[in-house]
Structure formats: C-alpha cells, structure tokens
Design a protein around this ligand. Structure first.
Ligand SMILES: *[C@@H]1O[C@H](CO)[C@@H](O)[C@H](O)[C@H]1NC(C)=O
Ligand SMILES: *[C@@H]1O[C@H](CO)[C@@H](O)[C@H](O)[C@H]1NC(C)=O
Ligand SMILES: *[C@@H]1O[C@H](CO)[C@@H](O)[C@H](O)[C@H]1NC(C)=O
Ligand SMILES: *[C@@H]1O[C@H](CO)[C@@H](O)[C@H](O)[C@H]1NC(C)=O
Ligand SMILES: *[C@@H]1O[C@H](CO)[C@@H](O)[C@H](O)[C@H]1NC(C)=O
Ligand SMILES: *[C@@H]1O[C@H](CO)[C@@H](O)[C@H](O)[C@H]1NC(C)=O
Ligand SMILES: *[C@@H]1O[C@H](CO)[C@@H](O)[C@H](O)[C@H]1NC(C)=O
Ligand SMILES: *[C@@H]1O[C@H](CO)[C@@H](O)[C@H](O)[C@H]1NC(C)=O
Length: 785
C-alpha cells in the first residue's frame, strides 16, 4: 500500500467523522458504540430478512444485495463503503492493518484522540518471529492480535474488522524492502505461517482443531497474490513490473503459501498484487482469482485490490484501453472491492457502456456482505455476541506483552560466539553501547506497519537493567545512513571500558515499502566504525544487527576482534528487554535464519529476474537455499546457541515406500530414465495414507536449557537440474534442559513433501533414493513405483 491518492484519505476522513459524530450523540458513556446494523430496538430493521439470525449467511447476504439500487451497489465496491441509512446499514472500512499487532496504519482503526484504547501490543516484525520456527507461537501471537482487534471494535474505535495481513510472499531477493514483513524465503515456512496467523486472527483453533467456517473474530487477508516481491529497484517499480515467472516456480515457490492460506487456513480475504505476472495484471487475472483461488481451492471470502492497483491497469500498465475496461477487467476476473476510488469515478460509466454485467457486481457485493455478516456486524448490538464482551483490559495485558517478549527472544539469532564470549557477565563491569540503532526509537525496533506500542523498551533501557556502569555513544551522526561518523570519539570510549556492544544495521530509511536496497553492505561508514572500535577495544566486541534483509558481514565473521554477532531483526516493543536477556544470559538464544545471507556480489544478478532455479550455462546462481549454488555468508536455518544439540533418528516408519496406485510415467533425461507418478492422479485419499513418520531424538549437550527449533530437510540422492538442492519438510520447536533429552515427531507426506513440480508446473513423485537431513545427520529412504 502507500500509493494512495490524497482524495481517498480525505473521503474516508469525512465518513469516519460522520459516523463518529453520530455515535457520540448517542453515547452515554466515554466508550463509543461500535458500528453495527440490525438494531432490534428499531422495528424497521427488525423486519428485514437480512437481519434474521436464523438464516444462513448466504441467504442474508443475498437479501441485502436484492434491496440495493444500482448507485448504492456501486458505492459499496470501494474500501470506504458508505452507510445505507434507509436500510440501517452502517458504513464500513475495509482497510485495516495488523501485520504484527493491531495498527492504526490503515483507515479502520483509531488509537489516538479521545479514545479508550490508546495502544496495542506490537510484536516483533514478522521476519524475526519467523526465525523462531515455532508455528504454535505464531498462532498465539495472532490470537492475541484478533482479541485486541475485537476489543478495539467493542470500544467503538474500529470502522472495520478486515485486516490486510499476513504478507506471505516469498523473500526471493535479499534487497527487497518488504522482505522484513514476510516469514522468509521458504514456501513451507510461509505456508505454515499463513495458516497459523489466519487461524489465530479469525478465531479458529489450530493443529487439527475445528474450523468455524462461518463466524469470524476478525478477518485475515493473505497478500499479495501473487509473485510480488519487488518494490522499487533501479527505477523498476511494483506498479509497472511485469514478473516473468515459470510454471514450475509458480507451482513450487510462489503459490504454495497462498494455497495453504486458503485451503488449511480458510482465510476470509486475499489481496491481488500490483504487478503483472507474464503480462497479466494480478487483479485482472481470471485464471488466478477465479479458476485457481475460488474454483480449485474453494476460496469463499472476498478479494481486495492493493491500494490503487486498479487505476494502474489503465494509467500505467496500459493493459486496459479505457478506465472502464480496467473496472470491467477486475470485476470479471473475480476481484470484489477496490482499495482506492477509481471505481467511484468509473464504475457507473462501465455499467452504462455495458462493459460490466450486473451479475458480476452482485457477486462482488455478495462476497463483501457475507464477510460483514460473518463478522457479526449484522447481528444487532455486539455486546450480545460471542466476542462482544472482550473489553479494553484484554489489550496490552501482561500476558499479551509476555508473548511479545517471548517472540523476540525466540527469534533472535546467534550468528557467532567465538570463545564463548557471550553471554556477558552480569556485574559492575563497564559497558559501552555504540551505534546508530543503540538508542532505538520505535521507528527502528518496530519495523513497518506498526501501531502504537503499549510499553516500548529501548535497547538502552534493557541494558540498564543489567549494568550499573553503562555508557552510550551513537557512533554515527545521522542514524543508520552513517555518512558522517564520530569514529574517534567512539574509539576513545571503547578503549576505556570492559565490554563493547555495537548496535548497527538498517532501518526503514534503508529498506522499506517502495524502497529496495541497491547493495547488501552496511550503509555509509558503519563498517569502518565497527572495525575501528573492535581494533581499539580491550576484548573482542559484540555486534548486534537490526535489519530485515540480510547484510554481508563477512568482514565481521572472520575478525577475531569481533567475538559475538547477533541478528535481532526488528524485535518489537519489548525487543530491548529480549536482547538484554540474551546478551546477559537470562535467555539462551535458539532462533535460526529464515533466509539465506548472500555475499555482496549477489547484486550482480538483476532483482527483476524471477527465476528460482540456477542456470549454470549463463552463470545465474539461482535463489534461496533450495536452488542457490553460490557462496553464502550464512545459510538458511543457521543459528547457534549457548548450548549444543545433537540428534538421532529414533524411528522412521515406512522408509521403503512402494506406491502401487495409478499410472507410472517416465521421461528420458540425459540418457537416464526417470519414473514418476502424478500427485493429482493418486488423489487425496491415497495421498493421505502415504506418509513417513519420523521420530527424532535431541540431546542438549550443553549445560544451559534452551528452546531449539529442529529443522528436517529432504534431499534427493541424485541431484538433478531443476530439483531443489534440499527442501524443508518439517520443523518443530522443542525445549530441552541442559544435559537433557527431548523428542519430536514429523509426519512427512509423500505427496506434499516428497513431490516436485516439473517444468509444466505439474506435481510429480519420482522414484529413487532420498535422504532426510537434520543438522549433519542423514537417514536414507527409498521410493519405488
Ligand atoms: C471524551 O468523550 C466522552 C464521550 O465519549 C466525553 O464525555 C468526554 O468529555 C470526552 N473528553 C474529551 C477530553 O473530549
Ligand atoms: C428463529 O428461530 C427461533 C427458534 O426456532 C424462533 O423462536 C424465532 O422466532 C426465529 N426468529 C425469526 C426471526 O424467525
Ligand atoms: C521469460 O523468461 C524465460 C526464461 O525463463 C525466457 O525464455 C523468456 O523469453 C522470458 N520472457 C520475457 C517476455 O521476457
Ligand atoms: C535516547 O533517545 C531519546 C529520544 O529519542 C532521548 O530522549 C534520550 O536522551 C536518548 N538517550 C541517550 C542516552 O542519549
Ligand atoms: C528489569 O528486570 C526486571 C526483573 O527481571 C524486570 O521485571 C523488568 O521488567 C526489567 N526492565 C527492563 C526495562 O528490562
Ligand atoms: C559446541 O560444539 C562445538 C564443536 O564441538 C564446540 O566448539 C563449542 O565450544 C560447543 N559449544 C558449547 C556452548 O558447548
Ligand atoms: C497396493 O498396496 C496396498 C497396500 O500397500 C494393497 O492393499 C493393495 O492391494 C495394493 N494394490 C495393488 C493393485 O497391488
Ligand atoms: C510434466 O508432467 C506432465 C504429466 O506427466 C507431462 O504431461 C508434462 O509433459 C511434464 N512436463 C515436463 C516439462 O516434463
């Protein structure tokens, strides 16, 4: 979002103002009345079929649509949907944000001014939360976000309950300014993140638990559908970008998170992206929105455009000849609501020119009103509803903040710990904290898309708790840009203290929405500052990095005077506390990198090249741990701890799997015949029975208890062009006492995890030997057909 004409802001302001004004007049307590329709005290609305709670959502939505005039219908198709006073229908704001906490960044949530709830729990930016590899934690986080969102609604501070999160695009290129918002580069991790997040936010249970198909606590929206992962790189921006994506990459990289979001998560929303894919704008792609999402995956929610994604189809991409064609294209493709106001100007003329049939408009309205009904907004006064009693005391509660702290601690990754310099002693030794991110403002530790935090703890505040003798120096005079640095001064301080902690990295001025990086190095004089301070200090220094995307810190990896390195993403409102607990040993770090850290030369390949697979003939190295063949600074899944862990395979059931069902096909490749079956021909039933149960033992060989994510990969014994080098097939977090043992189990589905997409994007299972990998340990399995 972000590319929104000023007019929309203005219009929505008026609507917000009018509805607020209305409510204030009727309010008899400082708490505002939440917006709702079907007031039973009003005899008129009581008589409406759509207010009859005994009917299904479909029947009720149909009734609403049948009562609207053409002008009323068209007015509902934008994010700021006006009230329909003659039917007692309230206004609605479709655009709210909750990427890592309820935010007032969108238009539907108000946290400032004369309101009861002035803040919400701000969790770490998603890329750090992903590093915990803990899907249960992800679920608990979004459950809190859903609860806080309801509380905000019940307090009359929400004009809508549709949140445009999660961002489940693949972190394909390290330069991407919005990589920080994602769960990283692996499709399985993103898919599981999507399912956890959606279920928590929408009020469903998790991990085999029951789905509540109809009622919504809050509505999630998986974005940006699809293959969106470039914002603005060397003048190529997301509005103009036409992503050239192969069917194979689409099938096994770009689409799986969206498939899971819809099929397992049952998301009630999706957002189509700005960019084109192979020439077709996503929001105008019938094959994507209708054939794939609705027909193949049974999506039953609403589809919104990204903000101003409809105008660009005509104005910038030239795909539609006239504005009316753009309106017609997106409605015919299956989009339901526009974020923007292009429809306000052009939908009427599109109808008059017969470019859009009324049936398409009715379909969109039906989807939209269904969501509002499912949210309980047509059930009368919300205090009587399932979620109506969630009060302001549920926001920023101790429990919620503890989860924010836990998320930050679980995500922080220990990248280097030479001679076990970390943790630092808790004592009266003197410490200096140096660096542009050391006195972290909310702008740094919260990343982007954040709300108003309940209780932000800065890095300095966190460290003060452990040291009576804490000094601070910013190092750079101009923030992370660090064009101008006070190196001599920082060196003077570093010389005289016992320990030095450098808090460096990036912030939103370096990587953000609308702004991709040009290189992978630390900005300005940061590296020079680190080197000079490290050289002068008594002991090896500790380097802490705040950043969403990776930076090439090869220099620090090999420098003996840099003893410890920690990656802290953007750790959220309690990030300062979490970091201090890790640095001083009150918490044993266990986070693992959710993305590859590439060397700086990686930027030789254009960001616009969407190919995942390496192309040895042209020197193209491929992308992400699944395909990248070049050198790495740190690899996907890397992360140390204050303990060590060793693994053993306790049991692997079904390790010699014979698939006798369905046809066996074969292809000849480099004079080698490869036999395979099609996942689609095996069918859901057969696929369900074909899984390999793996039980793994974990031993903590260190002395400190720790939470440790176990990552299980699979790798074909014979590497082949186009096949992933290896692929994550499961991950599970386990807490093990020092010197203790633990166990985790995985159910590896042959159809889902051992299949691959062939070049036509068809999922196939190949005969042959495979290896399960966990750490350095391997286990051989066989598939015969
Ligand atoms: C805040 O709103 C309440 C009613 O909702 C009103 O009673 C109170 O006077 C307002 N306070 C301020 C400072 O405007
Ligand atoms: C809904 O069903 C209940 C129980 O069957 C009935 O008592 C009530 O009158 C019905 N309400 C409406 C509006 O039809
Ligand atoms: C898209 O990429 C493929 C290679 O993956 C290439 O053959 C083709 O020419 C490209 N198409 C366009 C329009 O750039
Ligand atoms: C840290 O920043 C805050 C506000 O940005 C400022 O008030 C405070 O003085 C700074 N702390 C130090 C030690 O400079
Ligand atoms: C300091 O430590 C105490 C005790 O562990 C804790 O309750 C408090 O929240 C900490 N404060 C900060 C700012 O980290
Ligand atoms: C972990 O094991 C490595 C390699 O054996 C060793 O160098 C390191 O000191 C151990 N670390 C801890 C914390 O036990
Ligand atoms: C395929 O294998 C299953 C169990 O492994 C067996 O029950 C079934 O009879 C076999 N079907 C054929 C056609 O061999
Ligand atoms: C992928 O598999 C399908 C089904 O067997 C086949 O029709 C297609 O030719 C295969 N594509 C490639 C590039 O091998």
């Amino acid at each position: 979002m972000g590319y929104l004409p000023i007019t929309i802001t203005f219009i929505s302001f008026i609507f917000l103002f009018l509805t607020r004004y209305n409510q204030l007049v009727h309010a008899d307590s400082p708490t505002l009345v939440p917006p709702y329709s079907c007031d039973i005290t009003n005899p008129l609305t009581k008589s409406y079929t759509f207010c009859n709670l005994n009917l299904t959502t479909i029947q009720r939505a149909k009734d609403i649509v049948s009562r609207l005039t053409l002008d009323e219908k068209l007015a509902q198709l934008v994010n700021t949907a006006p009230a329909i006073p003659r039917l007692g229908i309230h206004s609605y704001q479709w655009w709210s944000e909750a990427l890592h906490g309820v935010a007032d960044y969108g238009k539907g949530i108000r946290l400032n001014g004369n309101v009861t709830i002035k803040a919400a729990t701000i969790f770490p930016q998603v890329i750090l939360t992903a590093a915990s590899f803990d899907s249960k934690l992800w679920y608990r986080i979004s459950k809190v976000i859903g609860t806080e969102a309801r509380a905000v609604y019940n307090a009359g501070q929400a004009e809508g309950m549709t949140f445009w999160a999660p961002n489940i695009n693949i972190f394909r290129d390290p330069r991407w300014g919005r990589g920080q918002e994602t769960a990283g580069e692996d499709p399985l991790v993103s898919a599981k993140y999507a399912v956890s997040f959606v279920r928590g936010l929408q009020g469903d249970s998790f991990e085999g638990g029951k789905l509540n198909e109809d009622r919504l606590k809050a509505s999630a929206c998986c974005k940006h559908f699809t293959a969106y992962d470039l914002d603005n790189w060397k003048g190529v921006d997301r509005f103009d970008f036409d992503a050239n994506v192969t069917l194979q990459d689409l099938a096994d990289t770009y689409q799986p998170p969206f498939h899971s979001c819809i099929v397992q998560g049952r998301s009630s929303g999706i957002m189509c992206a700005y960019n084109r894919v192979n020439g077709i704008p996503n929001c105008a792609d019938y094959n994507l929105l209708t054939n794939t999402a609705r027909k193949k995956w049974n999506f039953n929610g609403y589809i919104t455009s990204d903000c101003s994604a409809v105008d660009i189809i005509h104005d910038r991409q030239g795909y539609a000849k006239a504005p009316e064609d753009a309106v017609a294209d997106v409605l015919q493709a299956g989009m339901d609501v526009e974020c923007g106001d292009y429809f306000t100007s052009h939908s009427k003329s599109a109808v008059l020119q017969k470019k859009v049939p009324i049936s398409q408009i009715d379909r969109a309205l039906h989807n939209l009103f269904s969501i509002r009904i499912r949210l309980g907004l047509f059930d009368g006064h919300p205090t009587k509803l399932k979620y109506g009693k969630i009060g302001p005391n549920r926001v920023c509660s101790k429990q919620n903040l503890n989860i924010a702290l836990e998320a930050a601690r679980s995500g922080i990754v220990l990248l280097k710990n030479a001679a076990s310099i970390l943790p630092l002693p808790k004592s009266t030794d003197s410490i200096v904290v140096i660096g542009p991110n050391a006195n972290s403002s909310s702008q740094v530790v919260l990343g982007n898309y954040f709300g108003r935090p309940c209780n932000l703890v800065t890095i300095l505040q966190g460290f003060e708790n452990y040291s009576d003798n804490l000094l601070y120096h910013p190092g750079c005079s101009d923030g992370t840009k660090c064009v101008s640095a006070e190196i001599d001064r920082a060196v003077e301080v570093a010389k005289v203290v016992d320990y030095v902690v450098l808090v460096m990295g990036l912030d939103q001025s370096q990587e953000s929405e609308g702004h991709d990086r040009d290189d992978l190095e630390l900005p300005g004089k940061q590296q020079e500052l680190i080197n000079s301070v490290a050289k002068a200090s008594k002991r090896p220094v500790i380097l802490v990095l705040f950043c969403g995307g990776p930076v090439d810190i090869s220099f620090a990896k090999v420098d003996d005077k840099i003893g410890g390195i920690l990656w802290a993403g953007y750790p959220g409102e309690l990030g300062g506390m979490a970091l201090a607990q890790v640095v001083f040993g009150d918490y044993n770090p266990g986070g693992r990198l959710p993305m590859t850290w590439y060397p700086k030369d990686f930027i030789k390949i254009p960001m616009t090249d969407m190919r995942m697979r390496a192309d040895p003939s042209s020197g193209y190295p491929g992308r992400t741990y699944r395909f990248y063949t070049g050198p790495k600074v740190y690899e996907f899944g890397y992360g140390l701890s204050y303990s060590n862990y060793s693994y053993n395979f306790i049991s692997v059931k079904n390790n010699n799997l014979h698939i006798n069902q369905s046809t066996t096909y074969s292809i000849l490749e480099k004079s080698q015949t490869i036999h395979y079956k099609l996942v689609s021909e095996l069918g859901k039933k057969a696929c369900k029975t074909m899984s390999i149960s793996v039980t793994l033992g974990i031993t903590n060989t260190g002395s400190m208890a720790g939470k440790h994510p176990v990552l299980l990969f699979v790798k074909p014994k014979k590497g082949r062009n186009g096949n992933p080098v290896k692929q994550l097939v499961g991950f599970e977090s386990v807490t093990v006492e020092g010197g203790g043992k633990g166990e985790v189990g995985f159910e590896v589905s042959v159809c889902e995890h051992l299949s691959r997409a062939n070049e036509s994007g068809v999922k196939v299972i190949e005969e042959g030997g495979y290896l399960f990998l966990v750490g350095e340990l391997e286990y051989s399995i066989n598939i015969t057909l």
